[in-house]
Design a protein around this ligand. Structure first.
Ligand SMILES: [Ca+2]
Length: 244
């Protein structure tokens, strides 16, 4: 079993050795959720993972306490008009949060590119959490999303447990990418909410884009989005535990 696991890791690792794995080339206007078909709800069993199995947070500058500079894995989509910067207005923790402003469409946000550091291994289990709030006093729904552009051209028949919906659409050239709704919650300008998901991240072929982000459900008003305390931890290949 050890040998099999090692082979799986090596093969998966090669996914990220290919050239052209550029993050952030999603400057397309076709990604509005309003026109998405909504896939089936996941109804499988939920695997409850123990925190002590988790490794450290894989994400850089997760609380935005350091400047957003050229080393940042966050990509503002689209910029302009999107502005992604730090803010000291009511952070969730520490002195700083991040703010996405200038949104003109629902899908306008800042996305964390997970391919930069080659940390996601195909088929392994991860736990994701983001804290967020809106910039408006009236409550609005925020959505936690996983965006994958690989060889898949339609939603999987069975969604990973905990995934609320899937939508695949043409991002141009033509090229089909899929968006997965991981969590959602009501927020307003004074209410930070935690959105999270845990499950297996899998690819069909080599992913060209692998991003996590938060946007708003519905249209106007297109509120600013504040982000803070983002984490992604790996649980590895949980189904091999205890069999080695
Ligand atoms: Ca912070």
């Amino acid at each position: 079993m050890k040998l099999l696991v090692c082979i799986a890791v090596l093969v998966s690792g090669n996914l990220f050795a290919a050239p052209g794995l550029e993050e952030g080339n999603t400057t397309t206007g076709s990604g509005q959720e309003a026109s998405f078909p909504v896939g089936p709800l996941a109804d499988g069993p939920v695997v409850v993972l123990q925190q002590q199995d988790a490794q450290d947070n894989l994400l850089l500058n997760p609380g935005f306490e350091n400047p957003i500079d050229e080393s940042s894995r966050w990509v503002p989509v689209n910029s302009p008009p999107i502005i992604f910067e730090r803010s000291q207005v009511n952070p969730h923790s520490g002195l700083w949060a991040a703010i996405v402003s200038g949104r003109e469409l629902q899908w306008h946000s800042a996305r964390y590119g997970l391919l930069f550091d080659q940390q996601i291994i195909d088929g392994q289990t991860y736990q994701l959490e983001m804290w967020a709030r809106t910039g408006n006093p009236e409550p609005q729904t925020l959505r936690l999303l996983l965006f994958i552009n690989d060889d898949r051209e339609s939603c999987p028949a069975t969604l990973e447990p905990g995934t609320e919906w899937c939508a695949c659409f043409d991002i141009g050239n033509p090229d089909i990418a899929c968006l997965y709704g991981l969590d959602a919650g009501l927020s307003d300008s004074s209410t930070w909410i935690s959105m999270g998901w845990q499950g297996k991240i899998s690819f069909d072929g080599t992913p060209a884009i692998l991003q996590i982000y938060i946007d708003t459900k519905g249209g106007e008003p297109l509120t600013d989005i504040y982000l803070d305390d983002v984490s992604l931890v790996s649980f590895g290949d949980v189904f091999d535990d205890g069999f080695e």
